[in-house]
Write a protein that binds this ligand. Structure first.
Ligand SMILES: *Cc1c(COP(=O)(O)O)cnc(C)c1O
Length: 371
């Protein structure tokens, strides 16, 4: 082919050719139950306090922000202590623009060409994209019929594939499945045997919604320097618009991430918003309890309708199985209820909203599915 100098071709990486940007539809409908947001907006009082701190930050915007965001890391460590009882030094905490950027930092530091990232499907659909974007080989093992990770089978996959990164969402998206501590211990042991090393990342984006008796992987941090636990302010905290994700790990892990992050990646405005919000953690999290109750009630109701429902420790529920799930999804949307067409064939996922949202969801589903 001769070069057309008026329309030079673009040197797009071959693995990106023809790809569409990924993302759930953002539609303007009354009941948004498709991306697991907290349905409760911050109170006027919290909004005013955030705005006050943003104004203070704005007065110094001629300067670059604290690139190590030391005050925010101390606040996050204090929050995790209250939430899970685990004591962490601020140097063990790292933050970024959403836990999506946290994952990218992890793969930039511990993945890369010639290396493998491993997870167990069905799981979060963004993981293979982080792998692709960092030229990391992607391998997906399978979850069992009930969406649990089989410890012995997973350990064998780790031994066979020798990944440098294992990604485990717990509670898992889109299934809601939590990872038992005993399973995590088996996987940490298998990862410790990988020649060259392997970090195990437990993505606890929905950690605060876990049921009583479900433990956080934070409990295992002290004994396992190759364990990373990621969290976010996007879900339980109700702050998805602020873009703040974070992790807890050994200081060795955090030091590696400081090398790959972009300079000043967390803006002064973001740091101010996150710190002001953390001061109001109890208020912002006040609805987590009622969302959990609503979640359990939704599981029970769906089962009473004769549907198959996955156990959920999160703020969403995966249910099915429909011959034509797209028709169900579309029928709900036509009635103003947006849920997510995701997960294994025939299943659908609904996020837990307000009681009004859930009534609209149930009424629409009864009509559309003829329950
Ligand atoms: C929603 C979600 C996140 C959060 O992403 P942010 O970038 O922090 O908003 C992370 N992991 C999983 C599995 C999620 O579902």
């Amino acid at each position: 082919m001769t070069a057309d100098l008026d329309r030079p071709s673009l040197p797009l990486r071959a693995e990106l050719a023809g790809l569409e940007p990924y993302g759930a539809p953002q539609l303007d409908v009354p009941h948004l139950l498709n991306v697991n947001e907290n349905p409760y907006a911050p109170s006027a009082e919290v909004v005013a306090d955030i705005a006050h701190d943003v104004a203070l930050a704005a007065a110094g915007l001629n300067r670059y922000p604290d690139r190590d965001f030391t005050a925010l890391r101390a606040d996050l460590a204090a929050y995790l202590h209250v939430e899970s009882g685990v004591e962490l030094a601020p140097e063990q905490v790292w933050a970024a623009n959403g836990s999506n950027e946290i994952m990218l930092h992890l793969l930039q530091a511990f993945g890369g060409p010639g290396r493998t990232a491993l997870s167990f499907a069905p799981t979060y659909s963004m993981y293979p994209e982080y792998a692709r974007d960092t030229s990391t080989r992607w391998v997906a093992g399978r979850r069992a019929e009930d969406f649990a990770v089989d410890p012995q089978q997973a350990a064998a996959t780790i031994a066979a594939e020798a990944p440098s990164v294992v990604l485990l969402a717990s509670p898992n998206n889109p299934t809601g499945t939590a990872l038992p501590t005993a399973t995590l211990e088996v996987l940490l042991d298998a990862a410790a045997r990988v020649p060259g090393g392997c970090v195990v990342v437990v993505d606890e984006a929905y950690g605060e919604f876990r049921r009583a008796g479900t433990r956080s992987a934070l409990d295992l941090l002290a004994a396992h320097p190759h364990l990373v636990v990621t969290r976010t302010m996007s879900k339980a905290f109700g702050l998805a618009g602020a873009r703040v994700g974070y992790l807890a790990a050994s200081t060795e892990v955090v030091d590696a991430l400081r090398v790959v992050r972009l300079p000043y990646h967390l803006s002064a405005v973001t740091q101010a918003v996150a710190r002001a919000a953390l001061r109001h953690a109890p208020e912002l999290m006040a609805q987590v309890g009622s969302l959990r109750v609503e979640r359990d009630a939704t599981v029970t109701w769906l089962r009473e309708q004769g549907l198959t429902v996955a156990e959920s420790d999160a703020n969403f529920v995966l249910f099915g199985v429909f011959d034509d799930r797209h028709a169900i999804w579309q029928g709900l949307l036509d009635r103003g209820v947006l849920i997510r067409e995701v997960g294994p064939e025939g299943w659908l996922r609904v996020s837990i909203g307000t009681p009004e949202d859930m009534t609209a969801f149930k009424d629409a589903l009864v009509e559309v599915a003829g329950l």
